[in-house]
Ligand binder design. Structure first.
Ligand code: ATP
Ligand code: MG
Length: 412
C-alpha cells in the first residue's frame, strides 16, 4: 500500500548541539498542536526528520502548507510511504516526479538508507529507480549537477519515503525555545510584522494593545484580535492584553504641552507593557518602530520613551522601509486587516504638531504634571485579556492577581 505523509525538515536546530532534543521536542509539540484537528494526525521522529502521518495515510497539500508556516520548519515534503519493495518504490518515484507542478527538464535520484538492513546499496537503488524514471519520462534527462528535480528515495526500517517536490517553510526556531516577549501591538502594519519576526525566532509573543476606549469604539481591539488570528497558524500568540487608555489620554492631553502628548502616552504605554512583562515572566518588549517613520520614531524621541523601562526593547523593523514591511504583511496575511482604519489610542487627542526632537528636560517636566504612577497602577489593574488556543508553548502566569500585588511599580 502506498500512503501519503508529510516529512518535515529542519536545519537550524541541527546546529544547536546539546539543545537539539529540546528543540526537536518543542517543534514536535508545536506541529502536533497545529495539526491536531486534521484527521487525527500524529507526529514522530524518524532519522533526522519529523514525520506527520494521518489515520488512513492521506496527508495532503493543505496539511503540508499548514506545517510550512510553523517556525523551525525549513522545508516540508509531501512524500509517498511504501514497503521496501523495488517495484513499489519505483512506482512511487514515477508518481512523485509525475506530480511536480513546476516545469522541469532534468532530474537525479538520491537514495538514502537509515537504520535498515536492506540488502541493496544506495548506488544500486539510485540505478534501479533512475532506470524506472528514464523509462517513464524518456524525453527528460538525467543530470548529476544542479538538476531541476531531485527524487529522494529514503529507506528507513521497513519503509521507503519517496518525494520529488519539497516546499519551503518559514525557517527560524520553534516557538518556546527563546522565552517570552511582550509586544506592543496596534492594528497598523508594523507591529504584527514585528511580532511575527520575534515569534519566528522562537519567542512566545504576548501582545498588548492600548485602545482608545471609552473615548473611541472598541473596533481597534477587534482588528487586533483578527490580526492575532491571522498569525495564529504559526502558533506564536497565547494571550493578548487590552488596556483601555482613552480616559487617561484625555487627562494627559489636558495638562501637558501639546507637542509632548504623544511622548507622554508612549511613556505610559511602555511602563504598563513592562509591568505586564514582569507579570508574564517575559524578558523583553517588542515594538514595530522604524527609524524616522513618524514623529515619535526619531532617535531623540525613542530615547525619552525608552528610558521608562529597564527590560531590553527589541525593534526588529528599525531599519526597514514601509514597502518591505507591507510586503511582509502581505505574505503573512495581515495586510488586509491592517489596511482597515480604526481609531485607537494613537489617533486620539493627537497634537497638530508633535515634537520630533524632544529635549529630555522638557519631557521630565511634563511627566511630573500628572500622577503617572497612579495612572500606571490603575491601567495595570483595569487591563483585560483574551486567550488564544493556538500556542502550546504559552504558559499563563499562575496567579495573575496575586502576582500583581507583589510587583512593586518599576522605578522610572
Ligand atoms: P503600527 O503600524 O505598528 O501601528 P505605526 O507606524 O502606526 O506602527 P506608531 O504609531 O508610532 O507607528 O507606533 C510605533 C509602535 O508603537 C508600533 O509599532 C507599536 O509597537 C506601538 N504602538 C503604537 N500604537 C499602539 C497601540 N495602540 N497599542 C500598543 N502598541 C502600540
Ligand atoms: Mg499605529
Amino acid at each position: 500500500m502506498i500512503e501519503r505523509v508529510c516529512l518535515v525538515h529542519y536545519h537550524e536546530i541541527g546546529l544547536k548541539g546539546k539543545n537539539r532534543s529540546l528543540f526537536e521536542n518543542r517543534l514536535l509539540a508545536n506541529i502536533q498542536h497545529a495539526v491536531k484537528n486534521k484527521g487525527l494526525a500524529k507526529v514522530r521522529r524518524i532519522s533526522g526528520h519529523l514525520l506527520v502521518e494521518q489515520e488512513g495515510g492521506y496527508a495532503d497539500e493543505e496539511m503540508a502548507h499548514a506545517i510550512s508556516r510553523i517556525p523551525g520548519v525549513a522545508r516540508v515534503s509531501l512524500a509517498y510511504r511504501c514497503p521496501l519493495e523495488e517495484a513499489t518504490y519505483c512506482d512511487a518515484a514515477v508518481r512523485a516526479l509525475g506530480e511536480v507542478a513546476t516545469p522541469w527538464e532534468s532530474f537525479k535520484v538520491h537514495a538514502r538508507r537509515s537504520s535498515t538492513n536492506y540488502e541493496k546499496h544506495t548506488l544500486e537503488m539510485n540505478q534501479i529507480v533512475g532506470a524506472a524514471l528514464c523509462q517513464a519520462f524518456p524525453e527528460k534527462k538525467v543530470q548529476m549537477h544542479h538538476p531541476d528535480m531531485t527524487v529522494v528515495v529514503h529507506a528507513v526500517q521497513g519503509d521507503v519515503y519517496v518525494y520529488a517536490d519539497t516546499g519551503p517553510g518559514v525557517g527560524g526556531l520553534p516557538v518556546g525555545t527563546a522565552g517570552k516577549v511582550v509586544s506592543l501591538f496596534s492594528s497598523g502594519f508594523d507591529s504584527p510584522v514585528a511580532t511575527w519576526m520575534l515569534g519566528r525566532r522562537g519567542a512566545v509573543c504576548v501582545p498588548v494593545h492600548f485602545s482608545g476606549r471609552p473615548m473611541t469604539s472598541d473596533q481597534s481591539e477587534w482588528l487586533c484580535q483578527d490580526l492575532v488570528e491571522a498569525l495564529a497558524p504559526s502558533g506564536i500568540v497565547g494571550r493578548m492584553y487590552v488596556v483601555p487608555f482613552g480616559e487617561r489620554q484625555r487627562e494627559i492631553s489636558l495638562v501637558v504641552p501639546q507637542g509632548l502628548r504623544v511622548i507622554m502616552y508612549r511613556r505610559v504605554m511602555f511602563a504598563v507593557a513592562e509591568r505586564i512583562a514582569r507579570i508574564e515572566g517575559a524578558k523583553a518588549l517588542v515594538t514595530g518602530e522604524s527609524l524616522g517613520q513618524v514623529a515619535s520614531q526619531t532617535l531623540e524621541n525613542i530615547a525619552v520613551v525608552n528610558e521608562m523601562v529597564s527590560l531590553p526593547v527589541l525593534r526588529p523593523l528599525i531599519g526597514s522601509d514601509k514597502q518591505e514591511i507591507m510586503h511582509r504583511a502581505e505574505e503573512l496575511g495581515t495586510y488586509q486587516i491592517s489596511s482597515l482604519d480604526a481609531p485607537d489610542c494613537c489617533t486620539l487627542f493627537m497634537p497638530r504638531r508633535p515634537e520630533t526632537h524632544a529635549r529630555a528636560e522638557a519631557v521630565h517636566e511634563a511627566w511630573d504634571l500628572f500622577d503617572h504612577d497612579a495612572m500606571i497602577d490603575d491601567l495595570v489593574a483595569t487591563m483585560e485579556y483574551v486567550d488564544f488556543d493556538q500556542c502550546p508553548a504559552y504558559k499563563p502566569p499562575r496567579d495573575l492577581r496575586a502576582r500583581h500585588r507583589e510587583l512593586a511599580p518599576i522605578e522610572p
